[in-house]
Design a protein around this ligand. Structure first.
Ligand code: PGA
Length: 252
């Protein structure tokens, strides 16, 4: 993994009440003593402010939101802006998760706007990409992910792009218990890095963290994280349990 930052990100999705969330973060803080890994907790919007106070004294634990709007403010009932997220302690935002793409019909076009807006405000996007089982079986997964990157990310200028974290999350591995093999993950991460290199050059390609997501568990994390182009994980289910999540972040 070159000299890139190791990252363990937890995506809580729509889980945990506020009290449960506070208890989970306290347990993670208590049980983890790994200061080399950047830990990013993508918690529900409603929890950010309260959890920000808890993690403030811990330099390597940061907060993310799971979505944000592409406009600065205005008549968008129910939406949350990048500025709002920054004001309650989020430094990162997941954009383009496959569940947002599928259930909320987020297109590459809208994601391109969200990414650009988030970066312009100083919020770091964790941009998700990844193919369905149908696409993988048809052996067009590299083209599919390449298109997601072209349309959703590669409009950024190099300076803006240098802020981005990418998460490769094959849809067939999310929440299914079926993890991509370390080789499958490495192959796709290598392809993604090659696409970045083609667009932005070698140095930038070497600096962008690419996380793997999809049923990362304590017993699969180590082999995945030891692949040369896998810089960490975006962890769903296993991030809801402190022991599992701490075991994963100790897997580097
Ligand atoms: P999972 O979710 O670890 O439960 O498969 C990963 C994700 O959706 O980010």
């Amino acid at each position: 993994m070159e000299n890139r930052q190791q990252i363990a990100a937890g995506n809580w999705k729509m889980n945990k009440t506020f009290e449960e969330g506070i208890a989970l973060v306290k347990e993670i803080i208590e049980k983890s003593n790994n200061e080399r890994t950047l830990v990013i907790l993508a918690v529900p919007f409603t929890h950010l402010n309260g959890i920000a106070d808890l993690v403030a004294p811990i330099p390597n634990i940061k907060l993310a939101a799971q979505n944000c709007h592409e406009k600065e403010s205005g008549a968008f009932t129910g939406e949350i802006s990048a500025n709002m997220l920054l004001s309650v302690g989020a430094d990162y935002v997941i954009l383009g998760h496959s569940e947002r793409r599928e259930h909320f019909k987020e297109s590459n076009e809208v994601l391109a706007k969200k990414v650009e807006h988030a970066i312009s405000k100083g919020l770091i996007p964790i941009f998700c990409c990844g193919e369905s089982l149908r696409i993988r079986k048809a052996k067009i997964h590299v083209d599919f992910v390449s298109n997601q990157l072209n349309e959703g990310l590669f409009h950024l200028n190099p300076e803006a792009f240098s802020k981005v974290i990418i998460a490769y999350e094959p849809i067939w591995a999310i929440g299914t218990g079926e993890t991509a093999t370390p080789e499958q993950a490495q192959n796709m991460h290598k392809e993604i890095r090659a696409l970045i290199e083609k667009k932005y050059g070698h140095d930038l390609a070497q600096n962008i963290p690419i996380l793997y997501g999809g049923s990362v568990k304590p017993d699969s994390a180590k082999d995945l994280f030891h692949q040369p182009d896998v810089d960490g994980g975006l962890v769903g289910g296993a991030s809801l349990n402190a022991d599992d999540f701490v075991a994963i972040l100790n897997s580097f």
